[in-house]
Design a binder for this molecule. Structure first.
Ligand SMILES: [Zn+2]
Length: 215
């Protein structure tokens, strides 16, 4: 496995000239080719919602007997609907490059993973990192390993959907300066202007015109 690629914005900054990296190699063109989702797609039914907080598999079996919590019965993490919030947030932030057809299933898994992560972190927080081993002594809480595996997956899925710097660069997503229109917005504006009337929904294949410049 080689070095992970540098983020696009970084390669652009150190580039020799516009559209080239420091070694003079052309940078990937910033394009979006798949149809975007319009707004936040319908929340998948697999994401845990507050109305199912009493069915949470992470609830201790004897929950409710102590009645020490004053809140409504059920799991307070489920009640926060983290997966649903994540779904909304991911589609809001990544709406310009995400496609329901391509990314929907991974994002669904990613949102469920955030929810599971919060549950495991709570278990770890409440129990501490050590639990009694079967043969006496202390062993690491099982949630430690589970969290590590889960967080690796989260990072991978975030990357696949363009939510980390290097993978975002590969997808042609970069961070613009504050107050400046993103490259993507500028690109879309230029394309719309080039076509004459700005069409809202037309999904014509993007014509890649190359300016015939003599270098
Ligand atoms: Zn729960």
């Amino acid at each position: 496995m080689g070095r992970p690629p540098k983020p696009l914005e970084q390669r652009e900054k150190t580039g020799r000239s516009k559209g080239r990296d420091s070694g003079g190699r052309p940078l990937p063109e910033v394009v979006v080719e798949l149809p975007q989702a319009s707004g936040v797609p319908e929340v998948p039914g697999t994401l845990r919602t507050a109305d199912r907080a009493t069915e949470c598999p992470f609830l201790p079996r004897d929950a409710g007997e102590d009645d020490e919590a004053d809140g409504p019965p059920g799991c307070d993490i489920c009640a926060r609907e983290l997966a649903v919030l994540a779904w909304t947030s991911l589609w809001t932030n990544g709406g310009s490059w995400l496609s329901l057809q391509r990314d929907g299933r991974i994002l669904e898994r990613l949102c469920r993973a955030y929810d599971e992560e919060a549950h495991l972190q709570r278990a770890l927080h409440e129990d501490g990192p050590w639990v009694a081993g079967q043969r006496g002594g202390l062993v690491a809480h099982p949630a430690v390993t589970m969290l590590r595996v889960l967080q690796d997956r989260i990072t991978k899925w975030e990357g696949l959907c363009g939510f980390n710097p290097s993978d975002g660069g590969r997808l042609g997503v970069k961070v613009g300066r504050v107050g400046e229109k993103s490259t993507l917005e500028q690109l879309l504006e230029r394309r719309a202007a080039g076509r004459g009337a700005p069409t809202r929904r037309a999904q014509r294949p993007a014509a890649r015109k190359r300016a015939a410049k003599s270098d």
